[in-house]
Ligand binder design. Structure first.
Ligand code: PLP
Length: 439
């Protein structure tokens, strides 16, 4: 906006002079002494910080988790918006119930059924994106200092929720079959022996963000059995389950729980439709849902009735699975481009995961490399990624990086990975020059 766009409020339309800031850095103490413990304790998600940088510069961003919204047909968008204007205008401009629109909650039950999970509409709370569902579930269960289990690495966007509410996160390692269930049991028993049994486990079983791996069926079954045995509440976050490139779908933990009430399920339309609608959901037993509903009332009263209506009308008129099939085909080719480029351009000593769905590859470099330091050099070469330490709450992950393949076309992925491979190669050469004899 230029200054000439800014007019005063006297009705004369006269341009107003730009405002000079009255508050400078020297005034920081004024606010610091007033910030709540919650605000002081909240860290930023590295992802969000990077998004600000990568949006500004002319950069190949492998840092985001952005679905490709170019593929959404404009005619469909226009048709639905027109329909809302004609038939639902007043209601779509009005507040709605905190738990969400009834029609949409019914439709969410069908979307979940496509993944084999049988939920009841009464158990669904519509949220402002899956992100709010994470926030509400952590705030519902976690007191400051409470032990929580999560995969290591975990979703970088969940990190600020964990830090805000003071969760004491123990990470459970993963391999190609997802979270190591044996190590989960070990961590649980160790904490329980200290008199601090973990309250919740936060997990992303399908095409995990950021690791890209998927929990095997056997581990899912063992995990749910274990949760039932010891009384561990599982928060299952499943944004990517339908973005599958190959292999057969696996049962959700929610389904395996079979109504026992030990799984709170979180979903979102961000990856199967579009993140701009900001529509996600949580499914939980009534006692839990009531508390989440109260948390949501405090946070935002209700999610946008306009976008809930958009999603409802879209699902009513179109088969969303066709859109999912289309984007999945695109992401599969991009995944292939990324894996080929990594093979061709990343140096010896680097390893990476081979996701069978989702949006991310997780690459691990020799342990003397620090990807946060490497990021500055990568940005100089106009390529961005998410440094691995943002996916851990205990300082680990420094030699790893998250690479997104959904947000940019194949040619840019190849170019971006090439540039990144050069940066990594240079850093290894520098390390070897400074440490002769070391490998
Ligand atoms: C694992 C996971 N959970 C939740 C979200 C939040 O998604 P949204 O708020 O867009 O629904 C994301 C987004 O990338 C994610 O990767």
């Amino acid at each position: 906006m230029s200054t000439s766009d800014v007019t005063d409020n006297t009705g004369t339309g006269a341009p107003m002079p730009p405002q000079t800031p009255l508050v400078g850095p020297a005034d920081a103490a004024r606010y610091d002494s007033r910030f709540s413990a919650l605000a002081s304790g909240t860290t930023s998600s590295v992802m969000r910080d990077l998004m600000a940088i990568t949006e500004k510069a002319d950069i190949i961003s492998l840092a985001g988790g952005l679905p490709d919204t170019e593929t959404f047909p404009r005619e469909i968008f226009d048709e639905i918006v027109g329909e809302i204007g004609t038939d639902f205008l007043a209601a779509s401009l009005q507040y709605g119930p905190t738990d969400g629109m009834g029609d949409l909650r019914e439709q969410i039950v069908s979307v979940m059924a496509d993944e084999g999970a049988r939920a009841r509409a009464d158990d669904v709370l519509i949220t402002t994106g899956g992100q709010q569902a994470i926030d509400l579930s952590i705030r519902t269960f976690v007191n400051r200092g409470d032990p929580v289990l999560a995969e290591g690495p975990t979703y970088p966007g969940a990190a600020p929720c964990f830090t805000a509410y003071g969760a004491d996160v123990t990470h459970v390692p993963m391999d190609d079959d997802g979270m190591r269930e044996d190590l989960l049991e070990e961590a649980y028993h160790r904490l329980a022996a200290e008199g601090r049994p973990p309250k919740i486990l936060y997990t992303i079983p399908n095409f995990q963000n950021p690791a890209g791996v998927t929990m095997s069926r056997e581990r899912r079954e063992r995990l749910v059995e274990f949760a039932h045995r010891v009384g561990l509440l599982i928060i299952e976050d499943n944004p990517y389950g339908q973005i599958r490139f190959e292999g057969d779908p696996l049962p959700t933990l929610y389904e395996l729980d079979d109504g026992a009430g030990w799984v709170v399920y979180l979903g979102t339309f961000s990856k199967i439709l579009a993140p701009g609608v900001r529509v996600g959901w949580a499914v939980a037993p009534p006692q839990v849902l009531r508390k989440m509903n109260l948390g949501k009332q405090a946070a935002d009263l209700c999610s946008s009735t306009l976008t809930q209506r958009f999603v409802t009308e879209y699902l009513r008129r179109y088969d969303y699975r066709e859109h999912v099939a289309r984007v999945t085909g695109i992401y599969r080719s991009r995944r292939d481009a990324m894996l080929s480029a990594l093979e061709a351009r990343f140096p010896e000593g680097a390893t990476w995961t081979r996701p069978r769905g989702g949006l991310f590859v997780w690459a691990t470099l020799p342990d003397f490399l620090d990807t946060t330091a490497l990021q500055a050099k990568a940005l100089e070469r106009q390529v961005a990624f998410v440094p691995g330490e943002g996916a851990f709450l205990d300082g680990r992950g420094r030699n790893s990086m998250r690479l997104n393949f959904s947000g940019v076309p194949e040619s840019m992925i190849t170019e971006g990975i090439g540039r990144l491979g050069d940066v990594v190669t240079d850093f290894i050469a520098l390390h070897q020059a400074l440490n002769p004899g070391a490998r």
